[in-house]
Write a protein that binds this ligand. Structure first.
Ligand SMILES: [Cu+2]
Length: 286
């Protein structure tokens, strides 16, 4: 709950544009990395490419993803992409230290899809950092001024510098609930926006166990897209939305514009979670 130091770099929440081309080739290296997850708190995370969440993969409906998974850790791991469909036994198999596999899927449906390690116990592998998102844009998605990605997850702290505490995971007692892997990081390094801009926020609940209720204090959503379809769009009635509710592994996006300059907190409106790290700020300028 303390402030990070001046040298703290927040996890970049901006969604970078989808790369050109319809085939996306990427190597994901499973690496064991000691990582600060809150000011002064370090954990030995299991990661895809060194960070938790792992890299955001971004494409369009119909794109092919060819992922090379390399296990550089000293125990077995795997990957499960919700963005594709296939019999899981082969592509999602656990690979031993030093091994690799190629996992190819075509993203035929839009969404912000979770990926995660599916090696047992999955709760521990996800809680210890092995998750990320694949953003597949719906066709006709309109241009916005800014796009952010926030992935909510839980931390069940082991002792300093060690892996997650499995007893806490099984008891469903997280020490922190966080956006993009670090408690309250966007209070220390707010996300930028300007008055009147259209801002899209993609949200994924990586869990492993808790639901999310994404809310922006002082603002309303005029667009909500969740789990495959629009729930709300401007100009179709006078409805508005106050929170995007997501069960573990579900995702969607909201759009909003800020009415005046100021600081607008964003939270999971599961209040105990907002109070243990699922909290950030939009800094809105003129
Ligand atoms: Cu794993």
């Amino acid at each position: 709950m303390t402030q990070p130091g001046d040298d703290f770099d927040a996890h970049d929440a901006a969604l970078t544009p989808a790369p050109g081309g319809r085939v996306h080739r990427q190597t994901l290296r499973i690496q064991d990395v000691e990582t600060e997850v809150a000011p002064g708190v370090s954990q030995e995370l299991w990661t895809y490419n060194g960070t938790a969440p792992g890299p955001v993969l971004h494409g369009r409906v119909g794109d092919v993803f060819e992922i090379t998974l390399v296990n550089e850790d000293d125990m077995g791991h795997s990957i499960d992409f919700h963005a594709g469909v296939s019999a899981p036994a082969v592509p999602m198999r656990t690979i031993a230290p030093g091994q690799s596999l190629v996992y190819r899927f075509r993203a035929t449906r839009a969404g912000i899809w979770m990926y995660h390690c599916s090696t047992m116990p999955m709760s521990a592998h996800i809680a210890n950092g092995m998750f990320g998102a694949v953003v597949i844009e719906p066709q006709g998605l309109r241009r916005v001024d800014r796009s952010y990605v926030l992935i909510q997850s839980e931390l069940y702290l082991g002792v300093q510098g060690a892996t997650a505490d499995v007893t806490k995971i099984q008891a469903e007692q997280p020490d922190a609930v966080v956006f993009n892997g670090y408690a309250n990081q966007y209070d220390a390094r707010p996300l930028a926006a300007r008055v009147g801009e259209r801002v899209r926020v993609w949200v994924l609940d990586a869990g492993p166990n808790r639901t999310a209720a994404f809310h922006v204090v002082g603002a309303q959503f005029d667009t909500v897209w969740s789990e495959g379809s629009y729930r709300l769009r401007p100009g179709r009635g006078s409805g508005g939305s106050q929170a995007l509710a997501l069960a573990p592994s579900q995702g969607g996006f909201v759009e909003l514009s800020f009415p005046e300059a100021g600081r607008y907190p964003f939270v999971s409106h599961v209040m105990v979670d907002a109070e243990r790290g699922a909290h950030g700020t939009f800094e809105v300028g003129q």
